[in-house]
Write a protein that binds this ligand. Structure first.
Ligand code: PMP
Length: 467
């Protein structure tokens, strides 16, 4: 049994949480970068956004005795919803179901407009989660805000940081969901090479040290550090530390997009996140972290949260206040009811079970790769997430270890005609480079389907190779 600074007790037997590795971090005295440090990072759009004259006053309604004539909130007596209940699987015994009901004040909060960054009880719960998972305590210069999935928050953070024409650093290959984001904001995407150990910090250093004189320097670097989409890689601690050091030396912020953090199933202990590791820096405040509940609660629930320096989170909230006011109160109320029912220990038990589910799927997929594509493809074994990233050896004379050729036609046309659908690697390369890599997701298919899919791919590949 371990007791943490905020009184949370987690049983050491049965539930392995990220907490135990974080005890020292929790006790550390943290020095944050000053608030005005971020002024030079904020985009022109972020700088002109002003607090909503109404939403900015919402917290004043909470003062005891105040009669509020402030907001145009509808009266919930007119709403047709009177109660809401749902069943969940028990995290300790998946054969059992538990019922959760929402009524009274908790339901009212879910049916009403709420604070821009999210319901305060849920914010508090997420802050506690960040303390347990990343050793970040509240009141140490960072804050947290909710969005409709992490995608919503990534977009708002990016648009709070970049101006048209800015160069941004992105790991390459990169999550295809941010490519159009940066393009629509007229950014130049500078690709930073990655390998099985994560971002190649020597490439990053090389680019930064040889940055053209007179060209505005990049302010942000985007990365997916665990079970990367698309490459499946999990960055090593050494690489993460090198990237943090470069961020300090070359003055940029790190966008840590981490929807697969809780889907880590590697044999070695999970490396600390950037958000945790920056506690070892002389000053913290260079990491903006994006968490998502899409892979652990439900993708349709659209629940994500951003954690990072207060001025950046405030800029995200200003964007939210003018774009969509807030994320759904009802989804927040449902999430709150669930996580309060579970508590942290059961939350970690659940995420551990989810990670174990995907480890088994990974094993099934890799066995099938060995059976059907041995000698025809090369890959690294992912230790988190839900993707295999494999290189097709498109010709019998393919040089081992070299990315030559283009998988696009084979995957998009020939494989599809033969009944298998995957993604050609080029969609993850923002500047249109060709690649023989392919991304395959192992989250949904049964063992039988995986074998059939890879057998079909093998047939197409052999034909392509003239065999
Ligand atoms: N980032 C990455 C790397 C992802 O893979 C995804 C989901 N495909 C997202 C962000 C978006 O997640 P969410 O559902 O929380 O918006």
């Amino acid at each position: 049994m371990v007791t943490y600074s905020d009184g949370i007790i987690v049983s050491a037997s049965g539930v392995t949480t990220p907490v135990e590795t974080n005890r020292h971090a929790v006790e550390k005295v943290v020095k944050s970068l000053p608030v005005d440090f971020y002024t030079e990072f904020l985009s022109d759009a972020a700088k002109i956004r002003k607090p909503s004259p109404i939403r900015g006053l919402f917290p004043l309604e909470n003062k005891p005795g105040v009669i509020s004539l402030l907001a145009g909130k509808p009266n919930d007596a007119t709403f047709p919803f009177k109660s809401l209940s749902f069943n969940i699987t028990s995290p300790t015994d998946p054969s059992q179901e538990q019922s959760i009901s929402l009524s009274g004040k908790d339901l009212s909060a879910g049916l009403q407009y709420g604070p821009t960054g999210g319901l305060s009880r849920l914010l508090k719960w997420f802050i506690g989660l960040q303390t347990l998972s990343h050793g970040r305590k509240s009141g140490e210069g960072w804050s947290l805000s909710m969005g409709s999935g992490s995608q919503d928050l990534i977009y708002k953070a990016v648009s709070a940081l970049v101006n048209p024409g800015d160069a941004v650093l992105v790991e390459s290959p990169v999550y295809a969901g941010v490519i159009p984001m940066f393009k629509s904001l007229y950014c130049e995407q500078i690709e930073i090479e990655t390998d099985a150990n994560g971002v190649c910090s020597h490439s990053l250093r090389d680019i930064l040290e040889n940055w053209p004189i007179g060209k505005p320097r990049p302010k942000v670097f985007y990365t997916v550090p665990y079970g990367c989409n698309p490459t499946g890689m999990t960055a090593t601690v050494e690489r993460r530390k090198e990237v943090l050091q470069l961020a300090r030396e070359h003055n940029f912020l790190i966008l840590e997009d981490d929807p697969y953090f809780y889907l880590y199933f590697g044999k070695a202990a999970r490396p600390p996140s950037y958000f945790q590791l920056e506690l070892d820096e002389p000053e913290v405040g260079r990491v903006i972290r994006f968490d998502s509940f899409s892979k652990i609660l439900s993708a349709g629930i659209r629940m994500g949260f951003a954690s990072g320096p207060k001025p950046i989170i405030d800029a995200i909230d200003l964007h939210t206040a003018s774009a969509n006011l807030q994320s759904s109160s009802l989804i927040q109320a449902i999430t709150l009811a669930l996580v309060e029912e579970w508590g942290y220990a059961n939350f970690f038990a659940h995420t551990q079970a989810v990670a174990e589910f995907y480890r088994k799927k990974r094993d099934v997929f890799e066995s099938a790769l060995n059976v059907h594509l041995s000698g025809l493809a090369e890959w690294c074994t992912p230790e988190a997430g839900m993707f295999f990233w494999f290189k097709l050896l498109l010709s019998p004379n393919h040089t081992p270890g070299v990315d030559e050729g283009d998988s696009e036609d084979l995957i998009r046309t020939k494989a599809y005609e033969n009944g298998v659908l995957a993604l050609p690697g080029t969609v993850f390369l923002p500047n249109g480079r060709k690649t023989s890599f392919v991304r395959a997701s192992f989250s949904l298919c049964t063992e039988e389907q995986v074998n059939e899919a890879l057998k079909r791919l093998r047939d197409v590949l052999l034909k392509e190779r003239g065999q």
